[in-house]
Design a protein around this ligand. Structure first.
Ligand SMILES: Cc1ncc(C[n+]2csc(CCOP(=O)(O)OP(=O)(O)O)c2C)c(N)n1
Length: 283
């Protein structure tokens, strides 16, 4: 899996410690977890860049012969997440071309929340996001992004096709970003709250809850266990976030390239000496 930066729930399912996610947002780390352990790549803040990472990885899967063998323990596929804004990036369009022309085992999951900060989807595309795949020659499907089961089923089907050698799929999960883009974004400047209210009524968590109640699957014990788990997780996140250690200044010098050059070592020593000075410039 290659996430963008909104896949907290997916990370949770993959076993990534949510405190490690917060390290990235607090700026205490440039990564946060070992992608190999969770089979979940690092968050990518450079819009669209992860689509090419995913396609490159899918090429590796093909060259390893791990696609279309019919052996469920062997066949693999890549799932990459992107926002609607990422559809306008050159990298995403390059990724679509590679994926399509080489029948790569990759599923593009586009969370179309209809806003790229203040840019509405109408400024990104004249056609629904799913239809973008048509021009590249691979299938695109639109699902109700606020319907958890529909998203799960569409993803499952597309991954099955990819693993069996059937090539890529673009899934457009149509949803809505109800909050501002970030805590520094004033969304009142570019959109109406009525639109927001309309989507509040379609809240995906409420809908899943209603469905469980209707199916008689939401028992009291289950609800209670859920509440305890939620409380525990919230506490873990709060305390874990406060306890995150400051980053080592040597980090970027040691981890940017597989080998640290002599020049980088020199710069590392220089900055280590500089940061050990007090504000008056004394040791
Ligand atoms: C290459 C690049 N250009 C610009 C930005 C600044 N930027 C951060 S988030 C964002 C909007 C992304 O919108 P979308 O892909 O729809 O994702 P969303 O945050 O709405 O899920 C932009 C332009 C960036 N991070 N990377």
């Amino acid at each position: 899996m290659f996430p963008t930066y909104r896949e907290h729930a997916v990370a949770w399912c993959r076993g990534v410690n949510p405190v490690d996610l917060l390290g990235l947002f607090r700026g205490t780390t440039l990564g946060g977890w070992d992608p190999r352990e969770a089979n979940f790549f690092l968050y990518t803040l450079v819009i669209g860049a992860q689509t090419l990472h995913a396609v490159g990885y899918a090429m590796g899967i093909v060259r390893d012969g791990d696609v279309g063998t019919g052996d469920p323990d062997r066949d693999r596929a890549v799932l990459v997440f992107l926002g609607d804004g990422a559809l306008s990036e050159g990298e995403t369009n390059e990724a679509f071309i590679w994926a399509s022309t080489q029948d790569l085992p990759v599923v593009f999951f586009c969370q179309n929340n209809q806003w790229a900060i203040s840019a509405p989807f109408s400024t990104q595309s004249r056609v629904p996001a799913a239809r973008r795949a048509d021009g590249f020659g691979f299938p695109g499907v639109q699902v109700d992004g606020n319907d958890a089961e529909a998203c799960r089923n569409a993803t499952h089907d597309a991954l099955t096709i990819a693993r069996s050698g059937g090539g890529p799929t673009l899934i457009e999960a149509l949803t809505y970003r109800r909050n501002p883009h970030t805590t520094s974004d004033d969304d009142g400047r570019y959109r109406s709250m009525e639109e927001n209210d309309k989507w509040l009524a379609l809240d995906p968590i409420d809908r899943l809850r209603r469905r469980l109640v209707e199916a008689d699957d939401l028992h009291e014990d289950f609800e209670r266990e859920l509440q305890v788990e939620e409380q525990h997780l919230a506490e873990l996140l709060r305390s874990g976030c406060r306890q995150l250690a400051d980053p080592e200044v040597s980090g970027p010098f040691l981890h940017t390239y597989s080998e640290t050059t002599a020049e980088m070592r020199e710069q590392m020593v220089e900055i280590q000496e500089f940061t050990s000075l007090d504000p008056g410039g004394h040791r």
